[in-house]
Design a protein. Structure first.
Length: 333
């Protein structure tokens, strides 16, 4: 019972947010009208968007492998990426992020603690780019001025985090020495944490290698460009007047919605963010519901296929990997 209550403190807030938003969505949209909108949608645009979703995932593998300095093979990186997204869509506590680091460490000569910082860096830059998309798009969207403030605030916080990571990466000896001083009176923590901190610092090499950093920026920018095009096509399938600005606005809000504490796979939060964005753009809540359904379909389709293939070929089960990841997460917290 005590363990349940301790865990509840972590998953209950997200569950409340998700369930509340799902109830609001069901009260806001007319399911029958959403079905009508889906039938009327431009199938060509939806098919092209599906192809772009697969391309996006492949480029995402290159983004992550670049951060890993091309040490693991592309196949292992790509499979682990799909497995991580699958786990995130099923398991609580964002365990998929730990999952792909753990599973890739099983396939390569990289340790879990070397891989984990690359995921953190990737997520930080995702937040910066999503904030930038909102800041760029909002001036062209009537009545969305307040949304820009979200982009500015989150972008500023994340940019500060990037600067701090850069300073730490450039002064690794100082950071390690500081850790040793702070833990001098706790020998066990120093003994265990010293190696962990050293590995984490090694994972920040993107900030110390200029060519690596430029390649990473190129691939992650291309990756987000593909996503903007995909969102623009999906929205255009329901609302022909849509422009790339609409795609940027929808994607920016969707990224933040997916980052909000929630049940697995951003249940409710992602959908509400997309519906809010498209309704703000068009005042057509039923078309917005259709857009949310297609986005969610493509978000989970290809990653589920790749993830299931990877787990099956590696002899892993969801229950088994869940227990391993819970243990890893508890050690990391």
């Amino acid at each position: 019972m005590k363990t349940f209550l301790q865990n509840a403190k972590r998953w209950l807030p997200g569950a409340i947010i998700s369930i509340t938003l799902i109830v609001v969505i069901l009260q806001t949209v007319d399911v029958n009208e959403v079905i009508v909108e889906l039938r009327k949608a431009n199938r060509t645009f939806i098919i092209i968007a599906g192809i772009l979703s697969a391309i996006w995932l492949m480029v995402r593998g290159i983004v992550w492998r670049t951060l890993l300095q091309n040490r693991p093979s592309y196949r292992d990186t790509f499979i682990s990426l799909g497995e991580g997204y699958l786990l995130n869509s099923i398991l609580p506590f964002r365990l998929g992020e730990f999952g792909k680091a753990f599973l890739l460490s099983q396939k390569s000569d990289l340790s879990f603690t070397e891989i984990l910082p690359t995921i953190i860096v990737e997520r930080i830059f995702d937040l910066i780019i999503s904030a930038a998309l909102l800041v760029i798009a909002v001036p062209y969207i009537a009545g969305a001025e307040g949304t820009a403030q979200i982009g500015y605030i989150i972008g500023s916080i994340v940019l500060f985090a990037v600067i701090m990571l850069y300073i730490i990466a450039q002064n690794q000896a100082w950071a390690l020495n500081l850790f040793n001083k702070l833990t001098a009176r706790i020998p066990k923590v120093q003994a265990i944490g010293g190696k962990l901190v050293a590995s984490l610092l090694a994972g920040l090499s993107v900030f110390t290698n200029g060519w690596l950093f430029l390649r990473f920026l190129f691939w992650i920018t291309l990756n987000w460009g593909i996503a903007v095009l995909q969102y623009t096509l999906i929205i255009s399938a329901f609302l022909p007047e849509a422009t790339p600005i609409w795609g940027m606005f929808g994607l920016g809000l969707a990224a933040f919605g997916n980052a909000v504490p929630s049940l697995p796979s951003g249940a409710g939060t992602l959908d509400a963010a997309i519906i809010f964005a498209v309704k703000k753009l068009s005042d057509n809540v039923d078309a917005a519901g259709g857009v949310a359904i297609i986005v969610r379909l493509y978000k989970d389709l290809f990653t589920t296929i790749i993830g299931l293939y990877g787990l099956n070929t590696e002899g892993e089960t969801l229950s088994g990997i869940y227990q391993k990841l819970k243990s890893l997460q508890n050690k990391s917290v």
